[in-house]
Design a binder for this molecule. Structure first.
Ligand SMILES: [Zn+2]
Length: 215
């Protein structure tokens, strides 16, 4: 297959599993395209992608707000009760002098998860309004670089492990924020699985260059 210039690459899509290059073809609503070499699902066409993306981003941000500003657990040891919130966990690391770990934790469990969903919201809003072609492109690049650093799911697992270890030593009461965090992680996993960055790129191209790239 001969590629004449870099712009021509926009008409192709690569299989993320076997790296075979395919010509991108238009699909009907709800249809999926599979790799001819390995059979992996490569992309789909969903006419409601923007609305679904907006709804999921707003839902995730609401769960994120509840998960961060309400207590995750109440731990009671020898009559001394303590409410734990997510910001409190990394702030206590700073208070005890663990600055590097504190910075890492605040980025991985607070700044990146929040940033990723603010980026999703910003991108889908721009696509809905059909504005900011260049800005949307930059935000999409930033989004694909930020997603691997969002680690709320790992944080949730670590909370579960800690709670299991504490059972027997302390009285534990699960707070509202814990369930909000579970729902946030569920939306996070769902959006990562169901809305691929490549599909947003294709949507961007369809909206801003309906007749193909002329520049
Ligand atoms: Zn393949």
């Amino acid at each position: 297959m001969k590629i004449e210039n870099e712009e021509a690459l926009d008409d192709f899509i690569i299989c993320h599993k076997c790296q075979t290059l395919h010509h991108e073809i238009p699909l009907r609503d709800g249809a999926m395209a599979y790799c001819s070499a390995c059979g992996t699902m490569m992309y789909r066409y969903d006419s409601h992608l923007i609305d679904r993306g907006l709804a999921l981003s707003i839902t995730a941000l609401i769960f994120f707000f509840v998960a961060n500003f309400f207590p995750i657990v109440k731990i009671e040891i020898l009559g001394h009760a303590q409410f734990i919130t997510i910001p409190k966990t990394f702030l206590s690391l700073f208070e005890h002098g663990f600055y590097i770990v504190g910075i890492f934790c605040s980025f991985l469990i607070f700044i990146f998860p929040l940033g990723v969903f603010l980026l999703y919201l910003w991108i889908f809003t721009l696509l809905k309004l059909q504005r900011g072609e260049r800005l949307t492109r930059r935000l999409l690049v930033l989004l694909s670089r930020s997603i691997p650093w969002s680690m709320s799911d790992i944080f949730l697992l670590s909370i579960l492990v800690s709670l299991v270890k504490l059972i027997g030593y302390a009285q534990i009461e699960i707070g509202t924020a814990f369930w909000a965090l579970v729902l946030f992680v569920a939306v996070d996993l769902y959006i990562t699985k169901m809305i691929r960055i490549s599909e947003i790129w294709m949507l961007h191209k369809r909206l801003f260059f309906p007749q193909g790239r002329g520049c």
